[in-house]
Design a protein around this ligand. Structure first.
Ligand code: S3P
Length: 185
């Protein structure tokens, strides 16, 4: 994180000048819910890269994966991330696989203060198995798939994160509180 992008000289609480808060983490880590809470408190604008992609495509994620495939989804995801470069005062929730595309890593870092929402594998499984909206887990053994994806992705989340918060056992409000207490002003 560069010091210059995050000095808040305006004297009022809120997002760092020109900075954004970027939430990364696995499916089920609470990025969207926590992001909305933070945006409300900081009076920033909440943006969700999944939502940018589905709005542009006019289709749900499961339909995009089924009809166009994951590679196409990743291209649109990277494009939506690039479209945010000019923004400021944003709280950005990202899709769990955004870190798997190498070109996205410097983009994420350049966008602002990157927070990794972590949770134990058991907690993530408990959360994601509640619904059927994650096409990458539509496999014969979704539990094993989750394990393999986590193994691959955890080092990538770690490589971009300015802050990591273990969300296991915490409410969304508690997670938001930890981020707000530690984000640069
Ligand atoms: C994905 C996570 C999803 C969504 C898509 C792929 C992934 O977002 O982008 O289903 O690869 O982990 P959430 O992390 O918001 O569930």
């Amino acid at each position: 994180m560069s010091a210059s992008g995050h000095s808040n000289t305006g004297g009022r609480p809120g997002l760092p000048v020109r900075g954004n808060v970027v939430l990364v983490g696995f499916m089920g880590s609470g990025k969207s819910s926590v992001g909305r809470l933070i945006a409300r408190t900081l009076r920033g604008r909440f943006v969700d890269t999944d939502r940018l992609v589905t709005d542009a495509a006019g289709r749900e994620i499961t339909d995009i994966f089924a009809q166009e495939g994951e590679a196409w989804f990743r291209l649109q995801e990277s494009r939506s991330l690039r479209s945010l470069r000019a923004g400021s005062g944003l709280v950005i929730s990202t899709g769990g696989g955004i870190v798997t595309v190498p070109e996205n890593l410097p983009l994420l870092k350049a966008l602002g203060f990157v927070v990794w929402l972590e949770a134990s594998e058991e907690v993530l499984w408990e959360r994601v198995s509640r619904n059927n909206k994650r096409p990458l887990l539509h496999t014969e053994n979704p539990r094993a798939t989750l394990h393999a994806l986590l193994e691959k992705r955890n080092p990538l989340y770690a490589s971009v994160a300015d802050l990591r918060v273990d969300t296991s056992g915490l409410t969304h409000m508690e997670v938001a509180g930890q981020i707000l207490a530690r984000q640069p002003r």
